[in-house]
Design a binder for this molecule. Sequence first.
Ligand code: ADP
Length: 294
Amino acid sequence: MSDSDILIKGDLIKSRWRITQKIGGGGFGQIYQAYDKLRRELVAVKVESNSQPRQGIRMEVTVLRRIQNREHVCELFSGGISTLYNYMVMTLLGSSLSELRKNLKEQCFTLSTTLRISLQILQAIESIHSIGFLHRDIKPSNFAIGRKNVRQIFILDFGLARKYTDYDQHVRPARIEAGFRGTIRYASVNAHNNRELGRHDDLWSFFYMLIEFLIGSLPWSKIKDKESVGHIKETYDYTRFLTNLPDEFNKFLEHINELNYDDKPDYDFLRSLFNSSIQRLGFHDDDIYDWEKS
Ligand code: ADP
């Protein structure tokens, strides 16, 4: 383990969770696997130094607490602060959708897998929106399959979440300018332009994910410069992606294109698009997912 690791193998949190190994050093936090002495199972522990400038775990714990017991959300066992770090203990998940896609020979998911995981991803996004929060970092590495149920998708990483409603459940007034949040490859044009993000921006990131799942890359995948990527996204003819895809993807694009900051997306309509594609093409719920093939 490196010098900057906050925890080491053998460390004990609250006399209950024993660190067994590091599994990720994300953007802001570090992720470890730990053994839960009480439940006698492995869990995931996310920690961040409480002296680092950007603190995300407090927000993550707030959001995860409010969104517990939803189908595509992992369980939060504990969250708190100690003298040196902030921590949260949650369900240990399996591989992310980013890893699963890259492990495939063709680097693409099939239409059947993409459409069926889309229903799960949409449900996860709708869940967070329904409690008044935006995710603001929707991307394939923030969705993972379960370890026990590899057919279930879970949403991760609420460190960039933001409340978009006020105490009255009304949409908060948009700030004239907001700092860039998210990940360049999946950020919406609004994010590139430092605009206040709304529910539709999470869906734009979801749309970019879908294209990457099906085609294997995005036209700006290799470009690192935020302004250049923003410019391509702003001028790109998105229908070019769609020529070989079911017409429902075009309808998805049309819907998100019509939405403004205040608008509530029509999640039922988007769900119906995925369902009608699935039905028409003869796919079934119990078909295997691409990562289940040997
Ligand atoms: P950051 O906010 O630092 O980006 P994330 O929460 O996105 O951190 O986690 C980074 C990576 O760690 C994820 O892409 C995933 O691979 C892994 N990870 C995060 N949470 C879990 C979990 N509950 N179970 C298993 N792996 C996880």
